[in-house]
Design a protein. Structure first.
Length: 173
């Protein structure tokens, strides 16, 4: 579960530089334009950058357009994560945060566009993304999913878990 964040993590042995992150389009996308390089907790920084972007731009696009953006980000993210992971030698490097980006946008889209709900989206998604409750842990650890889609799928599951929890809370409030 949390071993991904420990000192033995391959990401710690192969740090990503700013020049690497911007050396190609897939790398820039995978790191969400460098936000994944921030330390500590690169996944939280990537989620925060995505959260802010969504919060500031949500009103300019309709729900169907956001669904298209989120879907495209999933597939483009899988492609970029696959290339970046191979190039740096770590399949799900901690600096790869495009998976957090599309997933937190999905959670945010399902809630009212008010600051309390959007903060709840951020917190719930980070919880489920870090803890990796099954089946998210399966996609995170299974050798069958050591590719770009595996990078994205465990965050999709975490997003769905966050959505379910937040919708239950919303129902009872």
């Amino acid at each position: 579960m949390l071993k991904k964040y420990g000192s033995g993590n391959p990401s710690q042995l192969h740090p990503m530089s700013l020049s690497f992150a911007f050396s190609s389009v897939p790398h820039a996308i995978a790191t969400f334009f460098g936000s994944g390089l921030l330390r500590p907790a690169s996944g939280t920084w990537g989620t925060f950058a995505a959260w802010i972007l969504f919060y500031l731009t949500r009103q300019y696009f309709s729900v169907p357009v956001w669904i298209l953006i989120i879907t495209a980000t999933f597939f483009i993210g899988a492609w970029a994560s696959e290339i970046t992971g191979k190039d740096i030698g770590v399949h799900d490097h901690s600096s790869i945060v495009i998976d957090e980006v599309f997933a937190v946008w999905l959670v945010q889209l399902t809630l009212p566009h008010t600051l309390p709900y959007q903060l709840a989206a951020f917190a719930a998604f980070r919880f489920f993304d870090i803890v990796k409750i099954p089946p998210a842990s399966y996609f995170d650890t299974s050798p069958l999913w050591k590719n770009g889609f595996g990078v994205m799928l465990d965050d999709l599951v975490a997003a769905v878990q966050a959505i379910l929890l937040l919708q239950l809370i919303k129902l009872f409030l």
